[in-house]
Design a binder for this molecule. Structure first.
Ligand SMILES: NC(=O)c1ccc[n+]([C@@H]2O[C@H](COP(=O)([O-])OP(=O)(O)OC[C@H]3O[C@@H](n4cnc5c(N)ncnc54)[C@H](O)[C@@H]3O)[C@@H](O)[C@H]2O)c1
Length: 335
């Protein structure tokens, strides 16, 4: 398939791009970060070298070029969701879109809700309009477990009520609703994937607010790791390669589908710190920051619906995933 992946040069998108190429798809990466595109170019070039495959980088990350129609594997497109013309060019001949481009930092969203609404909601509608214009009607959307707010019961299943606790979550709910409208009004095939807590090699957000990369970075620097709620909250940590695979198994889904993507296990944050101490070979020092209002206490997924539809289930055990992630942070080489 020929697939356009918006935000495909980010942390999760890079892994999905790599997997799509390995599975023989043609991938057009559309991203507004020149730095991330350059990083992705290096990742894919090293994969191509290692496997002597035919991958080719078709465009320089800092500039727009019309996609080459030569089965080269990957094309990098430096563009923004608000640029309809760029989107329409990128959509030529595309079979499906994986839509990941988004601002993601929750506390930033509380400070700058308009910026989040413009980028995440208006940007997504702009993409949907460009897709309609070009007759591309298959989309997979990166949503998040944050759409559920504070869970009343666990595990979380897809039919549970949504409750946005911040503008980031509100932007995901809004886009889900627009996707529903485009499915009903224009016959789009829509798959919404609600990710739980992704982690793995290559995760370097700025600012980084996610627990695992912060624990590992501080641990390697022998600095105390920040800890809230004494580490008693539970999260469902999904290894990045398992999450990437969830995208390729839904490529042929039709209709309107929503799937949780998680391991179905809630792990206490303090247990993650203890596992990391074992892997690093010394006890991580903790900085007790007390309670943090607004945090969800516990969550974990039921991913039975995705399993029943596609056979997918998470394969990577937390110890193995953490070990691979620590190794990556030590070398910071391509994943
Ligand atoms: N990382 C997580 O824990 C997590 C959890 C749940 C859902 N998600 C969702 O997964 C997706 C990817 O997350 P990530 O962690 O890889 O984030 P990321 O920040 O690493 O990647 C997002 C990419 O989107 C690009 N982008 C943002 N706005 C854009 C725009 N207007 N036009 C073009 N490109 C744009 C960014 O430059 C970046 O390269 C996001 O939609 C996010 O909301 C992430």
């Amino acid at each position: 398939m020929r697939i356009l992946i918006t935000g495909g040069a980010g942390f999760i998108g890079s892994h999905i791009t790599k997997l799509l190429l390995n599975e023989g798809h043609e991938v057009m990466v559309f991203d507004n970060s020149a730095g991330n595109l350059e990083r992705l170019e290096n990742v894919i070039a090293s994969v191509a070298k290692q496997s002597s495959s035919e991958l080719e980088i078709a465009a320089s990350p800092a500039s727009w070029r019309t996609p080459r129609n030569d089965n080269s594997g990957m094309t990098l497109l430096h563009g923004d969701l608000k640029d309809s013309e760029a989107l329409e060019k990128a959509l030529g001949g595309v079979d499906a879109v994986i839509h990941m481009a988004s601002l993601i930092e929750v506390s930033e969203s509380v400070k700058y809700p308009l910026k989040f609404a413009e980028n995440n909601i208006m940007g997504s509608i702009n993409l949907l309009e460009a897709m309609k214009e070009k007759g591309v009607k298959r989309i997979i959307f990166s949503s998040s477990a944050t759409v559920y707010g504070e869970p009343k019961t666990l595990p979380l299943t897809e039919g549970m009520p949504l409750d946005s606790a911040n503008p980031y979550a509100a932007s995901k709910i809004a886009v889900e609703q627009f996707l529903s409208a485009y499915h009903k009004n224009h016959g789009f095939d829509v798959t919404i994937l609600r990710y739980f807590n992704p982690y793995g090699p290559g995760e370097e957000h700025e600012p980084e607010t996610h627990a695992i990369p912060n624990f590992i970075k501080n641990g390697l620097d022998k600095k105390p790791v920040p800890l809230y709620w004494k580490g008693e909250q539970t999260r469902d940590f999904i290894y990045i390669e398992d999450l990437a695979k969830a995208h390729t198994v839904v490529l042929d889904q039709s209709g309107f589908n929503i799937f949780n993507v998680g391991t179905e296990q809630g792990v206490r944050i303090i247990d993650v710190i203890n596992k990391l101490s074992d892997i690093l070979g010394y006890t991580l020092e903790v900085e007790d920051l007390g309670d943090r209002p607004g945090d969800v206490r516990s969550n974990y997924a039921s991913s039975q619906k995705l399993k029943e539809s596609t056979g997918w289930s998470a394969q990577t055990d937390l110890n193995e995933g953490l070990r691979k992630t620590v190794e990556w942070f030590k070398s910071r080489e391509n994943f």
